[in-house]
Design a protein around this ligand. Structure first.
Ligand code: NAD
Length: 314
């Protein structure tokens, strides 16, 4: 990776990934793009271009202008938003991906795009969900993610594009707010804990989902992209996880630092249905074996960092 173009760079992952990549590879080597204007100054210190990933000509033009050799395609509609607008989700998630893959093919660029635990469905084994298993998701987001994994693999086999991907669990961060996913509660709970000492969860007690702290997710992306290609048996996409947790687990962890923290429930049936169709805990051993995936933050270490950072800021 020498000159990297990021789509969806103003989102939850992109705004931190852009800064991290600029630290490592140099500010001018990382070209941040998004459909939104960069008026929040979220992504600073290097090139930014407004690009709609549905516009393949513009995407190619910008990629050529900066002579990029790597694309990190993050622009997408997330699970809850996609379920509310499934037809548009198909157009953006599949059309945008195809345009980004075509740009990578044209420029012979390396390619990364995230998949998700949403690629699994109700018939997938729920505990220690294997790397290779049944994938029959019942959400539009999941359908897009499975199709996207297959399409990215196809570009590798058919056209030799060096495509790589990670099935992210819910990502927790104290920088950018999440963009309409099912696991957003696990970010909101920390903000509300610091601001008000209580939180009402839209996900029911006892609902286990995998999660990961953003610094571990960013490191995973970079480690996978830098990994020796000859070691990769899989490409799109690798299971990763750092913790399998339910709302009450996060509440118990928060209560160690915010005494009298109170967790209530008002379940949102739409997002609960999505959560119920996802695994409880996934097996990340293929990622560990093939490119050395490991995580640093468990629940309590993440909670300590989240609370400290949010207390400073809020
Ligand atoms: P996000 O919603 O926070 O950000 C997406 C960004 O894409 C936004 O800045 C948005 O403005 C931009 N965008 C939307 N439409 C666009 C278009 N037509 N052209 C260009 N940009 C456009 O999403 P995120 O959480 O950063 O997720 C990035 C990727 O990671 C997605 O593929 C998502 O499915 C995947 N993922 C995220 C999580 C998570 O917990 N955040 C978990 C698993 C997978």
């Amino acid at each position: 990776m020498k000159r990297i173009l990021i789509t969806g760079a103003l989102g939850q992952i992109g705004s931190e990934l852009t800064l991290k990549l600029r630290e490592i590879y140099g500010a001018d080597q990382v070209i941040a793009t998004d459909i939104k204007k960069n008026d929040s100054e979220a992504v600073v210190g290097g090139p930014f271009e407004t690009v709609d990933v549905m516009d393949v000509n513009k995407l190619m033009e910008i990629a050529k202008k900066y002579k990029i050799d790597t694309i990190m395609h993050l622009a997408a509609l997330l699970s809850a938003t996609a379920e509310a607008n499934p037809i548009f989700a198909w157009k953006l998630n599949m059309g945008g991906l195809m345009n980004a893959l075509e740009t990578a093919r044209e420029l012979k660029a390396q390619f990364f795009t995230p998949s998700s635990i949403g690629a699994f469905g109700p018939s997938t084994p729920k505990i220690h969900t294997p790397q290779d298993t049944i994938m029959r998701p019942t959400t539009m987001y999941g359908v897009n993610k499975v199709a996207g994994e297959l399409l990215a693999d196809y570009y590798y086999y058919k056209f030799g594009v060096d495509t790589r991907g990670i099935r992210f669990p819910g990502l927790i961060s104290n920088v950018a707010l999440p963009g309409g996913g099912t696991t957003d509660y696990a970010v909101e709970i920390y903000y509300e804990a610091v601001k008000n000492g209580k939180y009402t969860s839209y996900i029911a007690e006892g609902t286990y989902m995998d999660m990961m702290y953003m610094p571990d997710a960013l490191r995973a992306i970079i480690d996978l992209m830098e990994a020796d290609a000859t070691k990769l048996k899989h490409r799109n996409s690798f299971n990763v996880t750092a913790m399998s947790i339910a709302p009450e687990d996060i509440a118990a962890s928060i209560a160690k630092l915010v005494p009298r923290f109170e967790l209530n429930y008002k379940v949102d049936p739409a997002r609960q249905r999505i959560a119920d169709s996802w695994p409880d805990s996934i097996d990340a051993s293929a990622a560990s074996e093939e490119w050395g995936f490991e995580y640093e933050y468990d629940l309590d270490k993440m909670t300590k960092d989240m609370i400290e950072k949010l207390r400073e800021r809020l």
